[in-house]
Design a protein around this ligand. Structure first.
Ligand SMILES: [Zn+2]
Length: 139
């Protein structure tokens, strides 16, 4: 399960709508305890894909490494990622499957005509064959 504050979810939706019709992406930072991931901060990342901004996203290793370094002194860590799906449902694509890691949460925001349509949260199966829905609790 992942817990997200209403304000953090609103921030993700706002980023997704502002960047539409391109795909936004970013990192969810927080605390993981007893199987519950609690988001404390949402960090937008610039989409580093230059070929296909509308249906691909890429968070670079440099960006993640820098973030992990900043978080080292705190108890927080990277617990998941978010990105948007302009004009398609909030279900992971085959590209998403190829680029996902187990354990992390993958939040997808479907944006249709510039408006958020649905938000779904996913977690990769341990055998990496597909995603399972992961409970998203908004508080
Ligand atoms: Zn996707």
């Amino acid at each position: 399960m992942i817990q997200l504050k209403t304000s953090d979810l609103d921030q993700i939706k706002q980023i997704a709508e502002e960047i539409y019709p391109h795909e936004c992406c970013g990192v969810m930072v927080g605390l993981a305890e007893n199987g519950i991931k609690r988001v404390t901060e949402v960090i937008p990342a610039e989409n580093q894909r230059t070929d296909s901004l509308a249906n691909r996203y890429l968070i670079t290793a440099d960006f993640l490494h820098g973030l992990e370094k900043e978080l080292r002194e705190s108890e927080q860590s990277v617990i998941g990622f978010f990105h948007s799906h302009p004009d398609v449902p909030a279900r992971p694509s085959s590209y998403d499957l190829e680029h996902a890691w187990p354990w992390y949460s993958y939040l997808i925001v479907s944006v249709c005509k510039g408006q958020t349509e649905e938000v779904q949260n996913w977690k990769l199966k341990n055998d990496r064959s597909s995603f399972d829905p992961e409970e998203l609790k908004i508080s």
